[in-house]
Design a protein around this ligand. Structure first.
Ligand code: 4NP
Length: 146
């Protein structure tokens, strides 16, 4: 799960998907394409929103996406087109590129919808992000488990 800062969207995506799969079978992690917040806890608004739904992401610390993630993961989900481009710029070959997609394309792949960056907005933006990610992660969990 990849966003820009790894403090707002992708930590929620990580927490939500983890709640839907077996951690002995599926490795779920998140990262940011920028390093501004490396080592930081998720944004307090993401923590709060997650806790409302029983998802505790307080164990997470931000890290930067790196090329080794292409070796360690089969599926790489970008939250928006800018994140997608940043990830693709680090890809080494067609196999790396094939792992990357926009997360909301799991719901509808015809529109390239983005998970809006909620960082500069109010708490309702985080609720919206949660609902979008919950729907997408439900699809991803079904896909992984089948
Ligand atoms: P995220 O949100 O990419 O969902 O973690 C952001 C977090 C921080 C910044 C931008 C977006 N920032 O500019 O610091």
């Amino acid at each position: 799960m990849v966003c820009l800062g790894n403090i707002c969207r992708s930590p929620l995506a990580e927490g939500i998907l983890k709640s839907k799969v077996n951690s002995n079978e599926v490795l779920v992690d998140s990262a940011g394409t920028a390093a501004y917040h490396v080592g930081n806890l998720p944004d307090p608004r993401s923590i709060e929103t997650g806790l409302t739904y029983g998802i505790d992401i307080r164990n997470q610390r931000a890290r930067a996406f790196s090329q080794s993630d292409f070796d360690n993961f089969d599926l790489i989900y970008a939250m928006d087109r800018s994140n997608y481009k940043n990830i693709i710029n680090l890809a080494r070959n067609a196999e790396d590129i094939a792992k990357v997609s926009l997360i909301l394309n799991e719901i509808d792949s015809t529109v390239d919808r983005e998970v809006p960056d909620p960082y500069y907005g109010g708490t309702s933006g985080f609720e919206n992000v949660y609902q979008l990610l919950d729907a997408a992660c439900e699809r991803i969990a079904v896909r992984i488990l089948n």
